[in-house]
Design a protein around this ligand. Structure first.
Ligand code: 3MF
Ligand code: MG
Length: 349
């Protein structure tokens, strides 16, 4: 088999081994301690963990800065002892009663101040865990009705918040993770185009990148592999959250390739063609187990996602490029379609 151009290492977050609660019913599995999740990670084929700030240091709003730092350093020791790297720490700005109407874009100046201060603590935790990458998912920066917030002001407030973060730490790199809706009706930074454009508005575009999540692209009605390609063309694809999504529903975070294998193939293919991971980028699996899964089978969604990634990587590197070029030249896209399907399904061609 031809050698892969990409260099892949995989990560997930503690929220990806969850208890199965949904908006209509309680949890159905017992919680797994974070230490145990970290211990199981390598056995599942992963090397890195992603954190929200309060995954790394629980209840941090009630703790002093010194205490937060001491706990973050303790976490670093736990990760070291398991040989696990931290990919990023993301500020969880959607839980606090202060951020009900948004964090950086709230109408309440006290809420905006809280959001910036909390993000600075998140940056400190990033440093304690020896990662310079912070992911920002702007969960509540949006509206339920259009008249409630001014879209120009929201955009500029987010830009100002990003500038404050970039000024706070000269080594910080920020990855904006866009999502068009949920929990809000309409997010202001809804697509990868928005995320990249936002980076160019800041004082340090060179330290602004993005993260494409499969489900979020599909929720915006877009093709995730095209979103990845657009970000790659800008040199801004610094991480991905692979999963799957059955069209315009709630954010499903299904196992990678579970819904649309051809979509999944094209995501792996574009990453592979552009040597993803050569600059240290991680492949994150932001997947959720189905609520029906029993306690004893609560990590299959992670190993299944990885298995499919590796299988599709094999399909990407063995794709007949010469034939592809010939068929493109002849504009015989029907035949290219047939070849692609035959290749993916292992049919004789
Ligand atoms: C929401 C998400 C989030 C982000 C995470 C890291 C809970 O749809 O995808 O996962 O990925 O907050 O920024
Ligand atoms: Mg995500």
């Amino acid at each position: 088999m031809p050698k892969s151009k990409g260099k892949y290492r995989f990560s997930f977050g503690p929220w990806n081994i969850d208890e199965g609660g949904d908006p209509f019913g309680p949890t159905v599995r017992t919680p797994i301690a974070l230490a145990k999740k970290i211990k199981t990670l390598k056995g599942l084929g992963f090397d890195g963990i992603q954190f929200h700030d309060d995954d790394a240091v629980p209840d941090l709003d009630d703790k002093s800065h010194a205490q937060i730092m001491a706990e973050a350093k303790k976490m670093k020791k736990i990760l070291d002892s398991e040989g696990v790297k931290c990919e990023f720490v993301a500020p969880r700005l959607w839980f606090s009663p202060k951020t009900i109407d948004g964090a950086y874009t709230s109408h309440d100046p006290a809420a905006r101040k809280y959001a910036i201060e909390r993000t600075k603590i998140c940056i400190d935790i990033n440093n304690a865990l020896e990662t310079s990458h912070m992911v920002v998912w702007l969960a509540r920066e949006g509206t339920y009705i259009r008249e409630s917030k001014n879209p120009v002001e929201q955009t500029l407030l987010i830009r100002d918040a990003l500038n404050a973060m970039l000024d706070y730490d000269k080594n910080l790199k920020i990855l904006v993770e866009p999502k068009p809706n949920e929990p809000v009706d309409s997010a202001i930074i809804s697509t990868i185009g928005h995320a990249i454009a936002l980076g160019y508005m800041t004082n340090h575009p060179e330290r602004m990148g993005c993260l494409v999540e499969t489900a979020h692209s599909i929720l915006a009605g877009l093709d995730p592999s095209d979103d990845m390609g657009f970000a790659l063309a800008h040199g801004k694809l610094w991480s991905v959250h692979l999963n799957d999504q059955g069209g315009l529903k709630f954010d499903q975070d299904k196992s990678f390739g579970s819904y649309n294998l051809r979509h999944a193939f094209n995501q792996v293919r574009v990453l592979e063609e552009y040597g993803f991971g050569r600059n240290g980028e991680w492949v994150g699996m932001d997947v959720k187990a189905m609520r029906t899964q029993k306690q004893t089978a609560n990590t299959k969604h992670l190993s299944n996602s990885l298995e499919r990634f590796h299988f599709l990587l094999g399909k990407a590197v063995t794709f007949n490029k010469k034939l592809e070029a010939e068929l493109i030249k002849a504009r015989d896209y029907e035949e290219l379609d047939r070849y692609t399907i035959c290749h993916l399904m292992g049919m004789k061609y």
